[in-house]
Write a protein that binds this ligand. Sequence first.
Ligand SMILES: [Zn+2]
Length: 308
Amino acid sequence: MQVKILGSAAGGGFPQWNCACANCRAVRAGTFQGKPRTQTQVAITEDNLEWFLLGASPDLRAQIEATPELHPRQERHSPIAGIALANADLDHVLGLLLLRELQPLRIHSTASVRRILREDNSMFGMLHRIPDQAKWTDFESGEEFSLCNAQGEDSGLRCRARSLSTHYPSYVTAERQAQLSPGEASLGFFIHSISGARLAYMPAAPQLNETLLAEFEACDVLLFDGTFWSNTELIRVHGGGKIGQTAQQMGHVPVEDTLVKLAGVRRPRKIFLHINNTNPMLNEASPEHRQVRDAGWEIAEDGWQFTL
Ligand SMILES: [Zn+2]
């Protein structure tokens, strides 16, 4: 399995258009010891020909152009064969609208996420203008499924989704939420190849428990929620008010807690991604950055790739 990290920031990217926190200011001033990042996007392949996207970020067009493996090889073509959606968050699904140019695609999602996008948001109808465009396949939490292209051909990559949160995005109406299955709101993926390589993808994890830790120990690479350093980071940086929520309230285990809880997980290469622009570990001169590296973790950067 080949894995490419096309984007590694949380929603809003780094720097974020309406943010002048110390990190964002320093990036704009050219004085930051660290890198800007686009919004989280991962692509995987088993055969180096057909690629599958985990989510579809709002930065997807630029991320595809920055990645030669994802460029078309014929006049009308894309190596992108399909997408697996872990939730219906805007940062995770807006990129679908950028893939609308009559391109055949397979979209794997839970029935709840499919209903939100297809039944409540008519813009996504642009993916269904002709019969051979987007094909949707539902998966259930806990069930293993094969990532397939639009024609239904098996990629050799098998995926198991794990429910991580019952929280739907706030744009989903209360009436609709009452009709949806809570366990289909937000998931993480365990993906394995024919050769047995295992990848865990968990960009939004509200909590950690013993079952999850045991599943991580069976993986080769763990891509984990690096959104916030501490629980009160946003409140400290931006003060109270509407954006003054804790990391836990926003559905993210703080990195400083993850370092402690996952200290005993030894097997996988451990990589933080989905990093918010306020997170002090983005600054490579910071004690937080040093602490993460000393704990054996890596901090994802756009353009990273590896084979497992
Ligand atoms: Zn900022």
